[in-house]
Design a protein around this ligand. Structure first.
Ligand SMILES: Nc1ncnc2c1ncn2[C@@H]1O[C@H](COP(=O)(O)OP(=O)(O)OP(=O)(O)O)[C@@H](O)[C@H]1O
Length: 292
């Protein structure tokens, strides 16, 4: 289990992190989301030990993370970091060796990953000759080559085409299924919602909401009631809390904070009730509200 506990970090007068804390369990795919400048990169750099927190702690399996632990982590930094003149496969192998793999194991792992990420036919090209998206795939292979014990990826999906997004999503799910805590940041909330077990929403250096996506949607979702009534006369919802819109023959009432039984009775009296239920917000809606 990876525990991030009360991280604080200032850059001069700028408070980048103001007590960031969350937990990523083994096998959990954790999406880290927040507006530009909210503190995601700073948090991930501290997890990886490339930046020191002013205070707070990162723990793995209950004890502070050490240099040795971090050698087994996989990291995709925001600033990226490939040797431009090195060939793709050679590069991935090289990083595998740095993480302690034997030459043969590094070669096998590099070939397998490049194949999986759709780069097998580019394996002997210099990184600088690859498109940005393909360079990103190489960067991902570098993060994954040693079967990392913890995976930390800073915006790994940005700039990838849909096929590469799918390939990466599968690779991350596989690592998580092997019991690894996986954390990645992204601005693609629909992707995070689809892929992640849990999310953390960070705003101005604080985690303002975190937990399993379904729990967050459930928790936030009880506030908005959606009622669809066919054939209701105009004004049937006068006096009820909420907003009514017309959708063909149907009237749709979205109500916040009303008495659901009172609304149900009014709807039944007014016409044929086709839908009556709590509306679960999307992650994007939760995000907008949390960072507002
Ligand atoms: N080296 C630095 N010197 C000064 N301020 C910094 C430095 N690095 C980050 N900051 C500030 O710290 C805050 C958090 O930045 P950070 O890069 O962690 O945000 P982020 O959530 O990753 O943003 P983005 O989504 O834009 O990548 C911002 O206000 C940023 O301007």
């Amino acid at each position: 289990m990876l525990e991030i506990d009360d991280l604080r970090k200032r850059y001069g007068d700028t408070v980048a992190l103001d007590g960031v804390g969350f937990t990523v369990r083994p096998g959990e795919l954790f999406g880290f989301v927040g507006a530009n400048g909210a503190g995601k990169t700073t948090t991930m750099r501290i997890i990886m030990g490339v930046l020191r927190a002013d205070s707070g702690e990162v723990r793995l399996s209950g004890r502070p993370v050490t240099y040795e632990d971090r050698r087994a982590f996989g990291y995709m930094p925001e600033e990226r970091g490939l040797y431009q003149k090195m060939r793709a496969a050679e590069q991935v192998e090289y990083f595998g060796r740095l993480h302690g793999l034997t030459p043969a194991a590094a070669r096998t792992a590099a070939s397998g990953l490049l194949e999986r990420l759709g780069l097998a036919d580019r394996r002997d090209e210099a990184v600088q000759a690859l498109s940005l998206g393909n360079q990103q795939r190489v960067q991902l292979a570098v993060a994954l080559v040693h079967d990392p014990a913890v995976l930390v990826l800073d915006e790994p999906f940005s700039g990838l085409d849909p096929l590469a997004v799918d390939a990466l999503a599968e690779a991350l799910k596989d690592r998580a299924a092997a019991g690894v805590p996986v954390i990645f940041s992204s601005h693609q909330l629909d992707l995070v919602e689809r892929l992640c077990d849990s999310v953390g929403i960070i705003s101005a250096g604080r985690v303002v909401a975190s937990g399993p996506v379904e729990e967050l949607r459930e928790r936030e979702g009880r506030r908005l009631l959606k009622v669809v009534v066919r054939g209701a006369p105009p004004g049937w919802a006068d006096g009820l809390p909420g907003r009514v819109t017309q959708d063909g023959e149907r009237q749709v009432l979205l109500s916040e904070g009303g008495d659901d039984q009172e609304i149900l009775h009014a709807a039944v009296r007014a016409g044929r009730v086709e839908h009556f239920g709590w509306q679960r917000p999307t992650l994007t809606e939760i995000f907008r509200e949390a960072v507002a």
